[in-house]
Design a protein around this ligand. Structure first.
Ligand code: SAH
Length: 339
């Protein structure tokens, strides 16, 4: 089997070129083709000698995904289904806004967590994505839009901290100056609260933004909404967030998907505010995006406003995430393995 090229760090590639006595500047040329021009064939790399292109093609696998379906909305949001080498598929979303071009990445085929309100775990879990399968989602999005994204959110299908090594390897390539060059502060990793993963992440020496899916301020409600609560209880999750904040100096964000009659009471708003104050963390409120066949509802606008008002009354920091892509099922929690 060939070596997946986009899983390689710049250092690895340098040694490969050095060992074969190719001049060092060729690595820069290669990286530029891949990460600035999004080339998916060696033959497109016109300033590399033909012999080198052949040698590279004989050793490396340059591309790991193929776009098989793409749906767009008027607001520019696009959801793409990518087929992987083994025929499995994942979805990726491109979300434009006046100043940002965001790619929302998937990290696993299906999701093992199975939060009852989310579409991603409904067809079960198949496997982790390899680093190049994660990087390639970004490259293909950039190639189609003819523009590089300037923000990455790891909020697609899968639990990134259960595919820790591959996700970090991929993010390092996306972040590397010789790779996509997207700053760590422009990359957000969202987790359902895998405590060992959060602790490990706090030691990477990187400034990734950390988002934690809280969804309830008390363990009892949370254990219904986020099954990982039974393994990693709220208290430990919050402790790990504190460690992340202390070690990286980065503010942690809590995602809170508002579900009618389940986590939208005044008491829960007050408790949430107290968590936000204690950890100096921001709450990102996501009004529930309906998933066909699931028995959850989004509170009406008045109730959302009231919840926000209650959190603010107790000095919690909260913003509402207004979703894009709802009509093409590209919003939070609507991505799945198959369309
Ligand atoms: N597994 C990671 C990445 C998913 S990120 C995590 O749990 O954080 C997507 C966010 O959207 C998570 O907070 C997830 O719980 C939330 N979500 C899932 N389904 C949703 C839905 N239907 N409506 C709104 N938010 C949803």
């Amino acid at each position: 089997m060939k070596t997946p090229l986009k899983s390689q760090s710049t250092e690895n590639l340098r040694s490969w070129f050095e060992n074969r006595h190719h001049p060092r500047y060729r690595v820069g040329q290669l990286l530029e083709w891949i990460y600035r021009h999004w080339a998916i064939e060696f033959d497109a790399m016109s300033n590399l000698p033909k012999a080198l292109r052949n040698e590279l093609a004989g050793h490396f696998d340059l591309n790991s995904v193929q776009s098989v379906d793409c749906r767009g909305e008027k607001d520019g949001t696009r959801k793409t289904l990518y087929r992987l080498r083994d025929g499995e598929t994942v979805e990726t979303v491109w979300i434009p806004s006046p100043r940002r071009r965001t790619v929302c990445l998937s990290t696993q085929v299906g999701c093992p967590i199975r939060c009852p309100f989310c579409a991603s775990g409904r067809d079960g879990f198949v496997r982790d994505l390899a680093p190049d399968e994660i990087v390639d989602q970004v490259i293909h999005e950039a190639a189609r839009e003819e523009e590089a994204p300037n923000r990455i959110v790891v909020m697609g299908i899968g639990e990134p901290l259960l595919n820790y090594e591959n996700v970090i390897e991929a993010l390092n390539v996306i972040n590397a100056p010789g790779g996509m060059g997207i700053g760590a502060r422009r990359i957000t990793i969202s987790t359902c609260g895998i405590v060992p993963g959060i602790r490990r992440l706090s030691k990477e020496g990187k400034q990734w933004n950390l988002s934690v899916s809280l969804h309830a301020p008390d363990s009892e409600t949370r254990s219904v909404l986020v099954p990982a609560e039974n393994r990693y209880p709220l208290e430990e999750v919050l402790e790990a967030c504190q460690v992340y904040r202390d070690r990286t100096g980065r503010q942690v964000t809590f995602e809170y998907t508002l579900l009618k009659g389940i986590n939208d009471s005044q008491k829960q708003a007050f408790q949430l505010a107290s968590i936000s104050r204690e950890l100096d963390a921001k709450i990102n409120l996501i009004p529930y995006n309906p998933v066909a066949g699931l028995p959850f509802e989004c509170p009406d606008d008045g109730a959302i406003e009231e919840f926000v008002g209650n959190v603010e009354e107790k000095r919690g920091k909260i913003t509402v995430r207004r979703e894009k892509g709802g009509s093409i099922d590209a919003a939070c929690g609507q991505l799945r393995r198959r369309p």
